[in-house]
Design a binder for this molecule. Structure first.
Ligand code: FE
Ligand code: FE
Ligand code: FE
Ligand code: ZN
Length: 157
């Protein structure tokens, strides 16, 4: 790939893969955490993630490309780390660890959507810019919610 348009398409497929992988991973995380508020937060973000997949389909439409994923090694790695924690950690360490693991995913997503929405703007694709900003704001809010939960409840336990 040489052009920004090609890079945009490739990275869009990367996040599409990531969101689809997360719809399979988040139910496992929700099932493993012990704190009820944390479980509810993970379940809420799972629903949001399903909506994000629909929003991404609209972004694919703006560039007339069929929605499909390309393997995102970063997300696969982050999910693997979370799965490792679920095997190794217990009790309060499990909850604190899984909040951190979820936030690692949110930070990855924030960086990707931040790049994508700015590339969309430069490419003159205002519709994609707006749709990707919508998702970026959801990822930032999800991350902030997890930070609040960690600081106010989970870590002190
Ligand atoms: Fe997401
Ligand atoms: Fe990736
Ligand atoms: Fe690591
Ligand atoms: Zn997310």
């Amino acid at each position: 790939m040489k052009t920004l348009a090609e890079l945009f398409e490739h990275t869009l497929k990367d996040v599409y893969y990531a969101e689809n992988a997360l719809t399979k991973a988040l139910p496992k995380v929700a099932g493993a955490v012990r704190n009820a508020k944390l479980k509810a937060a993970v379940e809420a973000h799972l629903e949001e993630t399903k909506e994000q997949i629909e929003t991404l389909k609209k972004v694919f439409k703006t560039i007339e490309v069929k929605p499909e994923g390309v393997k995102c090694d970063a997300t696969d790695g982050l999910i693997k780390e979370a799965e490792g924690l679920m095997e190794e950690a217990e009790g309060v360490a499990l909850d604190a660890g899984l909040i951190g693991a979820c936030q690692a995913v949110e930070h990855y997503e924030i960086s990707r959507y931040g790049s994508l929405r700015e590339w969309a703007k430069v490419l003159g694709n205002e519709k994609a810019h707006v749709l990707l900003t919508e998702i970026l704001d959801q990822e930032k809010a999800a991350n902030a919610k997890l930070t609040t939960l960690a600081i106010t409840t989970i870590n002190s336990k």
